[in-house]
Design a protein around this ligand. Structure first.
Ligand code: UDP
Length: 469
């Protein structure tokens, strides 16, 4: 292994939206001659079935939960179990690497932002810990400013009947547009002892101890929030996104090895998209965790049908809580001329397909960034975590999508889909114009000379400095 520049341990939170950007980062590190040990939970690794190579090694550890546990559908239980079990196993993995002759010693630990337990391990083995928050900068900022939000009486909520949910939050710098209901869902609880509330409060503050903070975003999109965070974090916050674009720059050599889809992609929809008119299809997908009620599924279906628009709908088998997601037979029959269903879509390829003109999304950060990077406007229906914050920025700050009310009704689905897909509509035209600029900025940012590119180089340099010192 000639020319090795370092050895990074990468530890994502075990959920699709965290694994994907971490794997994209792995791709870039490997292309820069850094050996990567990618650590998943056994539950995830069984589904990904990776094969290790000299440069990209996969290891896994048990998450402490029984095989049939629903995991990401019960996030607090997953977090609690990981906090209990992961420190021991991760430390063991690090120790073994440090003692091994067959691999270079670790030079850095890059762990999910919500895994600050790795700080102790990093300190013990004298390697820096980098916190990689796979959220938007605005989402991370909300977590970081939790003490201030508590101090100012915004959270925890005084009651959960919604009376204060429209209050405008004035204390977070560069987030003036935010209402209480736009805060990450883990913050808008009434009980200060709530597990996730305390967990994120702690993790947000523990990020201050990290040597660097990485964010999968770009300066031209979230500049003001990033600048504010950098003032608080002594310039240790590096925006390196969109990683989807920068990792693609390194070609497909690692594509098979680094495929990080937990579900099997159904590529047949790409052929179907080939047959559709330019910008005519609305893509509907709620990510890897969102669950719908029967009623919500039916309202979406009716709304889509009534919109008369071609649609591609990704419906995971576990999209409906408690039962497998089945659409009414007559709906599928009636829409078969202009509807296409998959259980898991090759989403980034779908969004960059010229036939796709709009995205009905749950506003997960990866989905939002993929949409912006492909110039596709959105209808936002957030489910949890910092998705409401992303929704607010999409709708009110970047103005590249519409907010949909929490309570799904077919008339609103129909009206918003019609509005979004109408290429003549003035608001929509402005949106597409802004998106084109963001798309160009995103591409420029990861190219030589761009802000994300420079930050990535800075990250690589810091790693080498640590190795040399
Ligand atoms: N995704 C996909 N196909 C699907 C649904 C989701 O490839 O049918 C990918 C999507 O491209 C994104 C990730 O899964 O990269 C979901 O992450 P996101 O942050 O948007 O939401 P989460 O799943 O974490 O709620």
């Amino acid at each position: 292994m000639d020319g090795v520049r370092g050895h990074a341990l990468l530890l994502p939170f075990p959920a699709q939206g965290h694994i994907t950007p971490m794997m994209q980062l792995a791709n870039i590190l490997v292309a820069n001659h850094i050996v990567v040990t990618f650590v998943n939970t056994e539950f995830i690794e069984k589904r990904l079935k990776h094969k290790s190579t000299d440069y990209l090694r996969f290891q896994s550890f048990p998450d402490g939960l029984p095989p049939d546990h629903l995991r990401t559908l019960k996030v607090p239980e997953l977090c609690e179990s990981l906090q209990k079990h992961a420190p021991f196993h991760v430390e063991n993995i690090v120790e073994k690497i440090m003692q091994a002759d067959s691999v270079p010693p670790l030079t850095i630990i890059v762990a999910d932002g919500a895994f600050s337990f790795t700080q102790k391990i990093a300190d013990k083995f004298s390697v820096p810990r980098v916190a990689f928050w796979t959220t938007s900068a605005c989402g991370f900022s909300a977590y970081y400013y939790m003490p201030l939000l508590i101090d100012q009486g915004y959270i925890p909520l005084k009651d959960d009947r919604g009376s204060c949910k429209n209050d405008v939050i004035t204390c977070i710098p560069e987030m003036e547009a935010l209402r209480v209901k736009d805060l990450p869902s883990f913050l808008t609880v009434t009980d200060a002892a709530d597990y996730m509330f305390q967990y994120l409060l702690r993790e947000g503050q523990n990020t201050l101890q990290a040597s660097l903070v990485l964010l999968n975003t770009f300066q031209e999109l979230e500049g003001p929030v990033l600048n504010d965070l950098n003032a608080k974090f002594k310039n240790k916050v590096l925006s390196i996104g969109p990683l989807l674009l920068s990792s693609a720059g390194y070609g497909d050599a690692l594509a098979d090895m680094t495929n990080s889809s937990i579900w099997k992609e159904e590529k047949s929809c790409l052929e179907w998209l080939e047959k559709q008119k330019e910008s005519s299809v609305i893509y509907v997908c709620f990510g890897s965790i969102t669950v719908l009620s029967d009623e919500e599924l039916v309202e979406f279906a009716w709304g889509l049908e009534a919109s008369n628009q071609p649609f591609l709908w990704a419906i995971r088998p576990d999209l409906l809580q408690g039962s497998s997601a089945v659409l009414p037979d007559d709906f599928v029959e009636r829409t078969k001329e202009r509807g296409f269903f998959v259980s898991w879509a090759p989403q980034s390829k779908v969004l960059s397909h010229p036939s796709v003109g709009g995205f009905l999304t749950h506003s997960g950060w990866n989905s939002t960034l993929e949409s912006i990077s492909s110039g596709v406007p959105m209808i936002c229906w957030p489910f949890f975590a910092e998705q409401p914050t992303n929704r607010r920025f999409v709708d009110d700050v970047w103005k590249v999508g519409y907010e949909m009310r929490e309570n799904v009704v077919r008339e609103e689905v129909e009206a918003l889909v019609r509005k979004l897909m109408n290429l003549e509509e003035e608001q929509g035209r402005d949106m597409r114009f802004r998106l084109k600029k963001f798309e160009d900025n995103a591409i420029a940012s990861v190219k030589a000379g761009g802000a994300s590119y420079k930050n990535m180089q800075e990250f690589l340099r810091q790693m080498e400095k640590k190795i040399g010192s």
